[in-house]
Design a protein around this ligand. Structure first.
Ligand SMILES: [Cu+2]
Length: 317
């Protein structure tokens, strides 16, 4: 059952705590329910027509105080040691920067490689530094038993050591906007030699494992503008082929006339030209296109990238 797949060193530990606490709950559920039924029958009115006042029982009181205390301390100890394990990153972990935004993850490796799927070497610890560019996201890899909030303005981290080869789902657990459910990626775990071949193999090194061809953001490619759109995740909200998404498509946009709403609520007509595009991209909150939600995060582009993107939009007419 894929849901119960244990694919990291944390998985066993988390499952043990979970099962131990569940077992305690089941024991008490059975114990309390059967005692209840037993007492209902035994002290039924026909058998016990007159109620008695019971004055206390030291033995019983000691037992029902000591038992839960011991149980809770056991749960605390079990939970705490595992929490501690989860927060103590091994020194040799590879540090990968995870950027979460509406509605995509991207991963940046120490050597500058950038991907939209997470490539990992088998049995090698990896630390994720988690940043959000907009709202709160939840970085979640069920098979690794890893779940950590990604909060804007507050850098968080998590780590794990993958122990199984294969491709594992990455999800977002915090409702972060209309396309939240599509904020998906994969953790692709490959043998160390395959990982190194890709990692040290320069820009054109083939992807390891069963990765999507589109998983790597090229550092340099035939169309630098498309690479920018990918790296900045513009393409999660804007298409270049005319299909509507969360934001307007870039096809046929240049030269259009349309209504924008200013931050104060006033509406005016604009013609889409270079100056308008630059403003719309660099400072999306100043005015928004009528008929669209004010959903675009502020994520300004470098001067050169901005020009590339504007030229690309012009070329889509
Ligand atoms: Cu999200």
């Amino acid at each position: 059952m894929p849901f119960f797949q244990q694919a990291s060193t944390a998985a066993d530990r988390v499952d043990e705590v979970f099962l131990a606490i569940t077992a305690v709950c089941v024991v008490f559920l059975v114990l309390i329910t059967s005692l209840m039924v037993y007492f209902v029958i035994k002290y039924n009115r026909k058998r016990h027509p007159r109620g008695e006042d019971i004055e206390g029982n030291t033995m019983l009181e000691v037992v029902w105080t000591a038992t839960p205390t011991v149980l809770f301390l056991f749960m605390f100890y079990f939970g705490w040691t595992n929490f501690d394990y989860d927060r103590s990153v091994p020194r040799d972990a590879m540090v990968i920067n995870v950027t979460a935004r509406q509605w995509a993850y991207s991963f940046t490796y120490p050597n500058g490689k950038q991907t939209t799927q997470l490539f990992l070497a088998l049995n090698k610890p990896a630390k994720m530094n988690l940043h959000s560019l907009d709202v709160i996201h939840g970085f979640y890899i069920p098979a690794f038993r890893i779940k950590e909030d990604v909060v804007p303005g507050r850098d968080n981290y998590t780590w794990f050591t993958p122990t199984k080869l294969g491709s594992f789902d990455i999800m977002c657990t915090v409702i972060c906007g209309v396309d939240h459910a599509n904020m998906l990626s994969k953790a692709v775990v490959v043998p160390v030699s395959d990982f190194e071949k890709w990692y040290f193999g320069g820009e054109d090194a083939p992807l390891p494992g069963q990765a999507d061809a589109a998983a790597v953001i090229p550092l340099k490619s035939e169309s630098p503008a498309v690479a920018v759109l990918k790296a900045k995740a513009c393409e999660t909200c804007h298409s270049i082929d005319g299909s509507p998404m969360v934001g307007p498509t870039f096809r046929g946009l240049y030269g259009q006339k349309h209504i924008v709403k200013e931050a104060g609520g006033a509406e005016r007509e604009v013609v889409v030209d270079d100056a308008y595009l630059a403003k719309a991209i660099q400072d999306p909150m100043v005015e928004t296109v009528k008929g669209y939600p004010p959903a675009m995060p502020r994520n300004p582009l470098a001067e050169g990238d901005l020009k590339q993107v504007i030229d690309l939009i012009k070329s889509l007419n």
